[in-house]
Design a protein around this ligand. Structure first.
Ligand SMILES: C[S@@+](CC[C@H](N)C(=O)[O-])C[C@H]1O[C@@H](n2cnc3c(N)ncnc32)[C@H](O)[C@@H]1O
Length: 305
């Protein structure tokens, strides 16, 4: 493959999820470009200290996940929830010959398709439908797990959904492959106290996991090699984003209107506070498949789903 390509197949069993994602992400690439860094990373960065730049901190985070999955030696990687393609572009630059990204957002898929990075393929497809012909050497998922369960799902159903995700990752990974997962989680707070504003107006129909739910869901499928809680990194990132949005406020209002801008300002403020107070946390989990747990081929069903 000589350049990036877009696979525009219909999302079959994730229509509601796709609508919720579009509500948030299809506000417009130009709006996000005003206040995200140049890589358009829309997830927690990894600052070296308070005076770091957002761009450098995002590059450090991208390198962390690519290193975690051994992208230096990998021939193929999957990015579940690829956003605007920062992981894919850097995997391509490291010489990974096949980098596949999944997103439910049309605007993101179009932009990634236009990047022209060798070996990059973006698919408008839910992970629930992804059925690749060949396994991957690494799976990265950054800032997507938060969207997988809904506030209406009972606790046991949430764990079932997360377990389905881990079973899928298990089936997608080649021998020696690694999963690098980054997600926000409830910490000193439970779902009963989650903000209605965040769940209805910002991340529609999305509910956060807890670390206990994640480990229960991965049990027997993945060995968790490391867990970091980098919540202060996310407080810093939200504060950076808020400052950048403030600096470009006039342009933002011209693009999306005052109500949307006010909504984002409130959400960034609330999130920064939640991370600072430890109500929510930021998990970075590196895990490897437990091979005796699963005998299926990529995308096939197993008793774990
Ligand atoms: C917060 S953005 C993070 C994007 C990117 N990983 C980053 O760090 O900049 C969440 C991403 O997850 C994707 N997503 C959410 N649910 C998904 C699903 N069921 N299947 C595939 N992608 C999903 C969204 O389309 C979006 O690209």
């Amino acid at each position: 493959m000589t350049g990036s390509s877009v696979a525009a197949q219909p999302v079959t069993d994730a229509v509601d999820a796709a609508a919720a994602i579009r509500h948030h992400y299809d506000v417009g690439n130009a709006f996000y470009a005003l206040w995200l860094d140049d890589s358009l990373s829309y997830s927690c960065a990894m600052p070296s200290g308070p005076s770091d730049t957002l761009g450098a901190a995002q590059e450090r985070k991208l390198a962390f996940h690519l290193d975690a999955v051994g992208a230096g030696d990998a021939e193929s990687i999957l990015d579940v929830g690829c956003g605007w393609g920062a992981v894919l572009a850097r995997a391509s630059a490291r010489g990974v010959s096949r980098s596949v990204g999944l997103t439910l957002s049309d605007e993101q898929a179009d932009l990634v398709g236009d990047l022209g990075c060798p070996g990059v393929e973006v698919r408008r497809e839910s992970w629930t439908d992804h059925d690749p012909a060949a396994r991957y050497d690494g799976v990265v998922s950054v800032g997507a797990f938060e969207h997988f369960a809904s506030p209406a799902d009972p606790p046991e159903e949430k764990i079932r959904i997360y377990r389905r995700f881990f079973a899928r990752c298990h089936g997608w990974l080649a021998g020696g492959g690694t999963l690098s997962l980054q997600t926000i989680a409830y910490a000193n707070m439970d779902r009963a106290h989650a903000s209605g504003f965040m769940q209805q107006e910002i991340f529609r129909d999305a509910d956060l996991p807890t670390l206990a739910e994640i480990t229960a869901a991965a049990d027997g499928l993945f060995e968790i090699r490391s867990v970091r809680n980098d919540r202060l990194d996310y407080a810093w990132t939200c504060e950076q984003w808020a400052g950048r949005l403030r600096a470009r406020r006039g342009e933002a209002v011209d693009l999306v209107g005052p109500d949307v801008v006010a909504r984002y300002e409130r959400y960034l403020r609330m999130s920064a506070l939640g991370f600072r107070m430890g109500k929510i946390c930021l998990l970075r989990i590196v895990a490897t498949p437990q091979r005796d747990a699963f005998f299926g081929s990529p995308g096939t069903t197993s008793s774990a789903r």
